[in-house]
Ligand binder design. Structure first.
Ligand SMILES: [Zn+2]
Length: 452
């Protein structure tokens, strides 16, 4: 048995925290869990370290800011926290190990790694439907929300489970952003028309994932102003939207063999109908996602490494990636409305995805006459952001091919009408996939993005 490295200060305590779903990562959720446990005992955390106690050279990595740190042998890793209330020794000992116990743990966990995992916190949401029952189940996921007008009430998030015997499970979600409607319409159709007798396996539909945002027709929830698709992996004790994210990632997604999260441009953007996938380091998963895109058959398929403006691992797809589940998304149209062209794409796409998975029979496949075009949406060079605030004039339109250096937009400042407009240019060439809708723009708004 080794002794603890001298590098660990005496006022540090170790937390037996590891994200149960992803033992190889010290993740944001594991850190948040530890932070919460300390908080409940009146301690706030100044610093988190990830310490590898097995190697000859212990590593010391600051993960205070929720950095995702890959650790070599998770069974020999412990997280250490520096509480800002060093006098709270008794409380600390109740939940956390002492340094000596930590050493014992390191010896023990080599053979019993599960012991270092905190039980995954249970979601507070309650699902009315039985995921294991054959036939069609409809109901609500109850998100309890005690407010002035409703002391014991819940927010009813609609859910539909259609199941017939053994087979793969599809999870389709929409209304993740409440002002993106095409996916919601398509999932309403599936909820009514998909006949359990005709399928093999299970289809789970969550058409209004962020229910309050959906009812308000807004991107974010009017209750907590949180954007669900930037809230993953969520928090079981967080705000309502954070609780939804946690339930989706901890309860819903683990049931899935594959996921489609249906988005569009919402109120502020308009898209050429696209389906998309985010690349990960898992080549097998990447290949499964490419096959899903091909089956879905949107006119444009775009592949992205996940940009800083479009969500990284804090999206629903990021949750699927953490769980290793193949997932595709869509950007169907937008402008806060519904178009027939986008509905045709998403209805056919979901149907063909179910055929591709073997949930629907091959005879149900709807022919795709035009092969999808595959493009890449990579770094900031594929985006045009407003450099000034004002009223903007688009110099190109959706679907158009553009060259690097070409004028994208002119921004006028009517409050100072004698100033010349500011010309924004494309940094790269490609096809215009996405365009801002409102005529007013603020510095930093996305005006266009390309696929190349
Ligand atoms: Zn969206």
């Amino acid at each position: 048995m080794s002794s603890l490295p001298k590098m660990i200060p005496d006022d540090y305590v170790f937390t037996r925290v590891r994200d149960a779903a992803h033992p190889e990562y010290a993740t944001a959720s594991a850190t948040a869990t530890a932070r919460y446990a300390l908080l409940r005992r009146g301690m706030t955390v100044k610093e988190f370290l990830d310490i590898d106690l097995r190697g000859n050279q212990p590593r010391r990595i600051d993960i205070t800011n929720n950095l995702k740190v890959r650790v070599g042998q998770y069974s020999a890793n412990l997280e250490l926290a520096a509480p800002s209330a060093p006098d709270a020794v008794a409380a600390r000992r109740e939940y956390l190990g002492t340094m000596a116990e930590a050493v014992t743990y390191v010896a023990a966990i080599d053979t019993k790694a599960d012991d270092i995992m905190l039980d995954p916190k249970k979601s507070r949401l309650v699902c009315e439907v039985d995921f294991e029952k054959d036939g069609k189940q409809t109901g609500f996921v109850r998100l309890f929300h005690s407010v002035h007008a409703s002391a014991y009430g819940f927010i009813p998030i609609p859910i539909v489970v259609i199941k017939n015997g053994e087979g793969p499970t599809a999870v389709f979600t929409s209304g993740n952003h409440g002002d993106e409607y095409e996916g919601q319409v398509a999932l309403c159709d599936l909820a009514r028309t998909l006949d359990p007798a005709k399928i093999k396996g299970r289809v789970i539909l969550l058409p209004m994932a962020n229910f309050a945002a959906g009812m308000a027709g807004r991107r974010t929830s009017p209750i907590d102003e949180v954007n669900l698709n930037r809230a993953f992996p969520g928090d079981p004790n967080g705000t309502v939207t954070q609780q939804i994210a946690y339930w989706i990632e901890s309860t819903l997604l683990p049931k899935a063999d594959f996921v489609a999260d249906l988005h569009s441009g919402g109120s502020s953007l308009m898209y050429v109908p696209c389906a998309l996938m985010k690349l990960s380091g898992d080549e097998k998963r990447n290949a499964a996602q490419r096959a899903m895109l091909e089956a879905f058959g949107a006119p444009i398929n775009y592949i992205t490494p996940g940009g800083s403006g479009t969500g990284q691992d804090n999206t629903l797809s990021g949750g699927a990636e953490r769980l290793g589940i193949p997932a595709i998304g869509t950007e169907l149209a937008g402008s806060g409305t519904v178009t027939r062209a986008a509905l045709q794409v998403v209805r056919r796409g979901l149907n063909n995805l179910l055929v591709h998975a073997g949930i629907l029979p091959e005879s149900d496949r709807v022919e795709i006459t035009v092969a999808p075009q595959v493009v890449t949406v990579a770094g900031p060079e594929h985006f045009v952001y407003a450099a000034e605030s004002g009223v903007w004039e688009p110099m190109v339109e959706l679907g158009q091919m553009v060259q690097a250096g070409q004028a994208a937009a002119r921004i006028y400042r009517p409050e100072t009408p004698w100033l010349p407009p500011v010309t924004m240019r494309f940094e790269a060439g490609g096809m215009v996939l996405c365009k801002r809708i409102p005529g007013r723009t603020m510095r930093g708004d996305c005006l266009f993005h390309l696929g190349a």
